[in-house]
Write a protein that binds this ligand. Structure first.
Ligand SMILES: Nc1ncnc2c1ncn2[C@@H]1O[C@H](COP(=O)(O)OP(=O)(O)OP(=O)(O)O)[C@@H](O)[C@H]1O
Ligand SMILES: [Mg+2]
Length: 697
């Protein structure tokens, strides 16, 4: 072990001894430097200036002694180890010296102990110094601790005082407030309530440190209150809510409560501070206002919805009306053309029939005449269709039950349409009587079903349904030309190609077709339209491209018929006298010829005024009058009226191809018995004549 060079002060009057000591130390002791003195003065000086680490002192010295030296050392350097290196020394003396502060004794005859003694003394001295330093710092720490304790106590006192003052201030302010002011423990129990709060709820102030067990919140608002408070517990955010608080008289008033949590430094909530402001009046009027606004809003919304529906409905009706007007115009045009064609056809048909009567069987012209007749009849059919569309045809209508008729048509369709079309009939009409012409009605179903089949070239489903439909005055009518009331509906649905909007808009127009020339003329639906409209019915179409279409026909429900059976078709002859009036010569000639052949005596005139004169001369000269409607000078209706004035009960038949201006009701009132549509076939004409003559009273 190496030691730092230590300084040794030796007090020794005998140089040999001093040398011995040094030698001994050098032999086994630490590395050192030494200073040897032999009197008090130099000893004292050496202590102050040499700063020894250890003092080795002889006990007996001339003019100075070891005990005094020890005293000097303890005075000037109390902590420096002091070892006596001496001859024999009494035990008592030694104890005494040790008490006075000597650290050790080494006898001169046992100097070999000296190095160890020096090391130990130095070690002890160092230890002592360290201990002293430790004690010193401990004492210092104690002192500081005491001071900070005192400081803290002072601070706590100050803070407590401040807190008390602040709490007093808080209570003072809170008590002057018109709101309920309160504080609550972390668990929500109220531990302070201001004066106004106590008075409002009607409870006494509790003992200090106590809290109330009150639940002044309205039971209906309790859940929301607790939920809001719980949320605030989690978020630590202030909260506010509106709830009802019970007053001392058990009445509840609305309050706006605001609350903030106060937390400790670890973030735990230690207190809630809250105020509750009475908003009862505001809240009640707000609720009333809210209800008022809500009611008004809903009224407005309803009005708006109504307006929207009405606007849409008006637009739909306007569109349907536009469509109906267009169809009306087209009908007028087509009807006008058909009328002229009719007159021409009547002449062709009449004359061909006459020629056929005259041409012998074996004449080759007969074949040509038959061709003319066939073609003319085809043309007449076409014209009839146009007239049907323009509602100029006047087919006889009678009450009929449409279920058997539709069933029969369905059977026919099923037999004739391809098997790839799956057909279904749903006949659910409880009251299926309509005032209609059976062949026209059949035509309606046939045309709709044929179109449906055409729309499904690759097969599909075709459904014909019959059902009752009733519309109140307030109901939306499917067709604006319909009236409210009871209807029998026939719908024809298919799963075919469907139609786009522009096709759908035009389907009822005559000659509108999307089919190839030869496959469709475009008259099918216009005929349906004409028939349905002439029955005061309606028709609708719904369609989705690639999905299919549904056409629905609504026919006004009619009353049960008396059950007059239909007669067999046969040209009926007669011998009565007929006055026939028509300004068209060809027609007049043909009719005269046809009627004469049936046995009648015919007077055919072109001028209605002449006819009137002739009739006036002898009112019994004729059994029946057949007159055209549109004639120069006087129309057929006026003529009929005049004749009937002269001879009431006279059978008058009005025939026209252009009866739009003829009011059927008016004509009937005037006594006109029959209406016939041009061109007149022999069958129709002979039937009508027999009807009026045979019914004669
Ligand atoms: N069920 C339907 N599905 C799809 N399109 C249809 C349907 N019914 C009618 N249409 C369309 O309406 C058009 C007119 O029909 P309409 O019956 O008047 O004439 P058409 O069938 O073309 O010819 P026509 O009936 O004179 O032989 C048709 O060409 C077709 O484009
Ligand atoms: Mg068709």
């Amino acid at each position: 072990m190496t030691y730092p060079k230590i300084r040794i002060l030796i007090l020794e009057d005998v140089p040999a001894d001093a040398e011995l000591i040094e030698r001994e130390l050098r032999s086994g002791g630490p590395d050192f430097s030494s200073l040897c003195v032999d009197d008090e003065g130099s000893f004292t000086c050496a202590i102050k200036e040499f700063h020894p680490d250890v003092i080795l002192s002889d006990y007996s010295l001339p003019g100075f002694d070891g005990a005094s030296a020890l005293a000097v050392a303890r005075t000037h350097a109390p902590d420096i180890p002091f070892i006596f290196v001496t001859g024999a020394l009494g035990e008592e003396r030694a104890v005494e010296l040790l008490k006075s502060g000597a650290n050790d004794f080494v006898l001169k005859d046992k100097l070999v102990r000296l190095p160890a003694a020096v090391k130990r003394a130095i070690a002890e001295a160092e230890e002592k110094v360290k201990r002293k330093a430790a004690e010193l710092s401990l004492r210092k720490a104690h002192r500081e601790l005491r001071e900070s304790h005192r400081y803290l106590e002072r601070k706590v006192e100050e803070r407590t005082k401040e807190l008390k003052e602040s709490e007093q201030r808080f209570h003072l302010i809170a008590d002057t407030m018109p709101n309920l002011v309160w504080t609550a423990r972390p668990n929500g129990t109220i531990d302070y309530l201001n004066r106004h709060g106590l008075e409002y709820i009607g409870i006494p102030e509790p003992e200090s440190g106590q809290s109330w067990h009150i639940k002044p919140v309205h039971p209906d608002d309790w859940k929301t209150t607790v939920e809001t408070w719980r949320k605030a517990m989690v978020s630590g955010e202030p909260y506010q809510l509106e709830h009802r608080v019970r007053r001392f008289d058990s009445a509840y008033r609305w309050f706006l409560s605001r609350c903030i949590p106060v937390r400790d430094e670890k973030g735990r909530i230690i207190k809630w501070y809250g105020t509750s402001t009475d908003i009862h009046e505001m809240r009640t009027s707000r609720d009333e206002l809210g209800q008022l606004v809500e009611a008004r809003t809903s009224e407005l919304q309803n009005a708006y919805d109504r307006l929207l529906t009405e606007t849409r409905e008006r637009e739909r009706i306007e569109e349907q009306l536009r469509q109906a007007q267009k169809m009306e115009a087209v009908g007028t045009l087509a009807g006008g053309i058909a009328h002229d064609f009719n007159n021409i056809l009547a002449a062709i048909i009449g004359n061909t029939e006459l020629a056929l009567d005259d041409v012998p069987e074996d004449n080759s012209a007969r074949r040509n005449l038959l061709q003319i007749s066939k073609a003319s009849l085809r043309a007449r059919d076409l014209v009839k269709q146009i007239l049907t569309f323009s509602r100029k045809s006047d087919k006889e209508r009678k009450p009929l039950s449409i279920t058997p008729l539709v069933k029969e048509t369905f059977k026919f369709l099923k037999a004739s349409l391809p098997a790839s079309i799956d057909m279904k009939l749903v006949a659910e009409a409880a009251h299926d009587i309509v005032l209609a012409n059976p062949s026209q009605l059949q035509q309606v179903v046939m045309n709709l079903a044929t179109n449906a089949a055409h729309a499904m070239p690759d097969g599909g489903s075709l459904e014909i349904a019959l059902f009752d439909a009733h519309f109140q005055a307030s109901d939306l009518l499917p067709d604006p030309e319909m009236e409210s009331g009871s209807y029998v509906a026939i719908s024809v649905s298919d799963t075919g190609c469907g139609m786009n909007e522009s096709v759908k808009r035009r389907v009822f127009e005559p000659f509108f077709t999307t089919k190839d020339p030869g496959s469709g003329v475009g008259l099918g639906l216009s005929v349906v339209y004409g028939i349905v409209k002439s029955y005061e019915g309606g028709i609708t179409v719904t369609s989705t491209p690639k999905k299919g279409s549904t056409f629905t026909v609504f026919l006004p429900r009619g009353e049960e018929a008396d059950g007059a059976p239909g007669g067999e078709q046969r040209v009926r002859m007669g011998t009565e006298k007929i006055l026939f009036i028509d300004d068209e010569e060809a027609l007049r000639v043909a009719a005269k010829d046809m009627l004469s052949r049936l046995g009648y005596a015919v007077t055919a005139l072109a001028d209605p005024r002449e006819a009137l004169d002739r009739f006036r001369q002898d009112p019994t000269a004729f059994d029946v009058v057949i007159t055209d409607y549109t004639m120069p000078g006087m129309n057929g209706l006026a003529l009929g009226k005049k004749l009937l004035e002269i001879r009431p009960g006279l059978p008058v038949i009005l025939h026209t191809g252009y009866n739009e201006s003829v009011d059927g009701g008016r004509a009937e009132d005037a006594g006109i018995r029959e209406f016939l549509m041009k061109p007149l076939s022999r069958q129709e004409l002979s039937d009508a004549i027999r009807r009026v003559l045979d019914q004669r009273i």
